[in-house]
Design a protein around this ligand. Structure first.
Ligand SMILES: [Zn+2]
Ligand SMILES: [Zn+2]
Ligand SMILES: [Zn+2]
Length: 278
């Protein structure tokens, strides 16, 4: 299983789109791994997590063929995870000879509403190329060789935001963003299922800035507590690769700084384009 972090910033990006804070100015100057776009991840060549406005740039940067995508799972409807108007470009005259005839999209009711607005503006053969399914938490679904279950996230309380457990062949991952401190029922479900995660990716929006357990995002200490709880529950062991991602500019996510901070916890800070073989 191949996992690629395509975007690793919070909603504003890093450097943040309109910001001149010290961290953003530094990122603008040194670039490289310090340039972070909005959150998205790719599994193998056919499975996307979220579809932000930066998707087009992710395809260019990573030399991806987006017409090979078969499945898109949305965590929630916030614009940094769901700006899917570019889906309209998957049809004539904007696209010819797409490899996959159908893209299946999965998300909550709020994502469905956004998607339907996008779909309403499609025409021609684009109309036949999409299938949207509104999904519910705690209800595993099989798509191709993947088994996916959405679990409740502490985020965007006006909608049901999801974190995901994804199994592919003998591999299992936990994609845990956006969320604040993980809900008890989410921990309990994973413990009961006895998942053994090969990798987890955690919401670390605040980096080393304070973050309350009632908030909709986490910092490094909270990520450490999530990892510890998963370890206690038997879901994480010494072989689990633990990544942190979705960094806000307010946490000063300069990559070398994150590497130093993460050492204490045994975490790997993700960066845009980072590929992991699981
Ligand atoms: Zn986000
Ligand atoms: Zn800034
Ligand atoms: Zn969000």
């Amino acid at each position: 299983m191949k996992f690629r972090f395509l975007g690793t910033a919070a909603a504003e990006g890093f450097p943040a789109i309109f910001c001149r804070c010290t961290a953003c100015e530094k990122a603008r100057k040194i670039r490289g791994k310090n340039v972070r776009t909005r959150s998205q991840a790719l599994i193998n060549n056919d499975f996307l997590l979220d579809f932000p406005g930066d998707t087009y740039w992710h395809a260019i940067q990573n030399r991806l063929y987006l017409d090979e995508i078969k499945y898109v799972f949305f965590t929630h409807s916030h614009m940094d995870h769901c700006t899917c108007i570019d889906l309209r470009m998957r049809g004539k005259p904007f696209a010819h000879d797409c490899k996959e005839p159908l893209v299946s999209l999965y998300g909550n009711a709020a994502v469905k509403e956004k998607y339907e607005t996008v779909y309403a503006g499609m025409f021609g053969n684009a109309l036949e190329q999409f299938h949207f399914e509104e999904i519910q938490p705690f209800t595993p679904i099989s798509v191709g060789e993947y088994e996916v279950v959405a679990l409740p996230a502490r985020h965007a309380p006006s909608e049901k935001a999801f974190v995901y457990v994804i199994q592919y062949k003998d591999k299992c991952i936990f994609y845990c963003l956006d969320t604040g401190w993980v809900f008890d029922e989410t921990f309990a479900y994973m413990q009961e299922k006895g998942y053994r995660f090969d990798m987890i990716a955690l919401d670390c929006t605040s980096v080393d800035k304070p973050s309350a357990d009632t908030a909709g995002h986490m910092n490094l200490q909270q990520c450490a507590r999530v990892a510890e709880k998963l370890r206690e529950n038997g879901n994480v062991n010494e072989n689990t690769k633990i990544f942190v991602t979705h960094f806000s500019h307010n946490g000063n996510p300069i990559h070398s700084r994150l590497q130093k901070l993460c050492k204490t916890y045994g975490f790997i800070p993700a960066y845009d384009g980072m590929e992991v073989e699981i």
